[in-house]
Design a protein around this ligand. Sequence first.
Ligand SMILES: NC(=O)c1ccc[n+]([C@@H]2O[C@H](COP(=O)([O-])OP(=O)(O)OC[C@H]3O[C@@H](n4cnc5c(N)ncnc54)[C@H](OP(=O)(O)O)[C@@H]3O)[C@@H](O)[C@H]2O)c1
Length: 246
Amino acid sequence: MKLGGKVALVTGASRGIGKAIAEMFVREGASVVITSKDPKRLKSTAKEISAFAVIADIRKDIQVRNAVKTAIDKFGRLDILVNNAGIFPKIKKLHLISEKEWNDVIDVNLTGQFRFTKYAIPHLQKHGGVIINISSDAGLKAYENFNADAYTASKGALVLLTKSWALQYAKDKIRVNCICPGVVETDMTQGFLSSLADREILNAEYPIGRIGTVEDVAKSALFFASDDSSWVTGAVLPLDGGESAK
Ligand SMILES: NC(=O)c1ccc[n+]([C@@H]2O[C@H](COP(=O)([O-])OP(=O)(O)OC[C@H]3O[C@@H](n4cnc5c(N)ncnc54)[C@H](OP(=O)(O)O)[C@@H]3O)[C@@H](O)[C@H]2O)c1
């Protein structure tokens, strides 16, 4: 088991990628705290994967602070933070986005990651630790007709913040790395995958011939969370079947 004795907190882990990461970490021996905003879904997931649920709307500073505190009260330490929670906006060209729509995405996808990281750092500083940011291939390059600029901005910012935090906290033995997935089948991407034809077109976009699975992301997260990556910090991993290499 690669994470025996470790305590991990995975945000947005009620479903999708976060849930798969949390499940993988539990399987590898970690005590895992999962957070999200929908209490019913979160509790049911926690039961299913043997994790500890703490409701925290990532837009609310006080709830984020309490989530980190509750994790510490329960397990006494924190070793791994996975900044995963995220939303995807309605696709629109930039000049059609309202300021509210812009701010709503930035609040969850970027300021939310700032909030969790800020409250986690003092605990990680006690004995070293790991932060994993879930960005996107949309944070690495622009895609024609993607038209989700607040999302792109939030994910691009996370890529550079990964490097900044890696340098700021290397002396504290906190490693900070980033995963940039291409399209992965989850609730977030159901709209792009509604028909078999859409799915085939998307699969064909990827040099490896398929979109991603939540397990693909969980395996990379395990690498960054474990000592297998003990000399890796500030790294940004495109996890996209070769898409961003095109
Ligand atoms: N799927 C993809 O193709 C893809 C590709 C690249 C990057 N990503 C990134 O991967 C991450 C996970 O995406 P996913 O596909 O797994 O999405 P998902 O299935 O839609 O799940 C999103 C998660 O984020 C949580 N969340 C949303 N708003 C929140 C808020 N205000 N406070 C707390 N939690 C909140 C949701 O909680 P509730 O259940 O409570 O709503 C849920 O647990 C996101 O950062 C996304 O941008 C996804």
